[in-house]
Design a protein around this ligand. Structure first.
Ligand SMILES: Nc1ncnc2c1ncn2[C@@H]1O[C@H](COP(=O)(O)O)[C@@H](OP(=O)(O)O)[C@H]1O
Ligand SMILES: [Mg+2]
Length: 291
């Protein structure tokens, strides 16, 4: 991890407090950092006695901050947030049957997960939780249309973002510790097929919370791949995938197709993020283990 790719999240000296950068990628970092600081405060103030109350308070506080700052500094843009009420849309075959979300007519949509790794946030001592801020833009050149992204990991005192894309992860000399590929997977609900996949390719599973933290582990070279299937939403992956793509990593659905964001139905149930040299082997093995 280089110094430029890993910045302490606190307000820098001499910066006028509350004035965000104009450039979208730096704005994404600023916003994720702000929400991260709020989440640390919530943890400090509430403690861990009531985990459910802590999760609810954290989700709400970070969501409210992101919503307010986006309304203030990017008033023309649309927002898709995990904490919004998606239930008012009646889904039918993956299409909204009644209300068409306003964001589908917008050229710029901020896709945010105020607190990814909610469970880990509520557990004392755990640092594997994150704030995700991504910008989807119809003008963006990449297939996923992700123009900017930031993942703040406040309890780890680091933020990764597309304004200073991290260096391409180092190649382990012998394929990682013990010579095996390291696959980051959910610590509480790893998909069954990932275990079978790991056995076939002689990989080791590295359990941790938060999709953002797992993708950050691949970006940092602490893991070689993140494989997930069985359910997730656009906000779980948009920001870390934006950073992974800016770093030069492979990121796709597990069938190899492009990850698409700002779709009518925000479900995005599976993905794989890995070094480019691993992608052909991993995708071929995935074909044999698709759930
Ligand atoms: N099967 C599933 N269905 C829906 N969401 C899932 C899921 N598996 C993981 N996720 C979401 O992906 C994020 C990372 O999960 P995990 O740590 O288990 O890998 C979590 O986001 P939130 O914490 O924002 O809810 C979690 O809710
Ligand atoms: Mg999430």
């Amino acid at each position: 991890m280089t110094e430029t790719s890993e910045r302490i999240t606190s307000q820098r000296e001499g910066e006028p407090s509350g004035t965000p950068p104009v450039i979208d990628s730096a704005f994404a970092r600023w916003l994720a950092d702000r929400a991260g600081q709020v989440l640390l405060q919530v943890r400090d103030e509430m403690g861990y006695a009531d985990g459910q109350a802590l999760k609810t308070a954290g989700d709400r506080a970070a969501h409210d901050l992101l919503r307010a700052e986006l309304a203030r500094w990017r008033p023309a843009d649309a927002v898709l947030s995990e904490e919004d009420d998606h239930s008012r849309i009646a889904w039918q075959d993956g299409e909204p049957a009644s209300v068409r979300p306003e964001r589908l007519g917008s050229n710029r949509v901020w896709i945010v997960d105020p607190l990814d790794g909610t469970r880990e946030f509520s557990e004392q001592g755990r640092t594997d939780w994150a704030v995700h801020v991504a910008l989807w833009s119809s003008d963006s050149a990449n297939a996923s249309h992700l123009a900017a992204g930031a993942v703040a990991m406040p309890a780890q005192h680091r933020t990764i973002a597309t304004d200073h894309a991290p260096a391409y992860p180092p190649m382990p000399i012998d394929g990682g510790p013990g010579g095996s590929i390291r696959i980051a997977a959910s610590r509480t609900r790893p998909p069954a097929f990932v275990t079978a996949l790991a056995e076939e390719i002689g990989a080791e599973l590295v359990p941790m919370g938060s999709a953002g933290v797992k993708i950050a582990a691949v970006i940092n070279g602490e893991a070689d791949a993140y494989v997930h299937a069985g359910g997730q939403y656009e906000w779980d992956s948009a920001a870390p995938v934006a950073v992974a793509l800016a770093t030069g990593l492979h990121a796709s659905r597990i069938d190899g197709s492009a990850l698409k964001y700002n779709e009518a139905d925000p479900k995005l149930p599976d993905l794989v993020v890995c070094r480019k040299d691993l992608a052909p082997r991993l995708l071929a093995a995935l074909q044999r283990h698709l759930p």
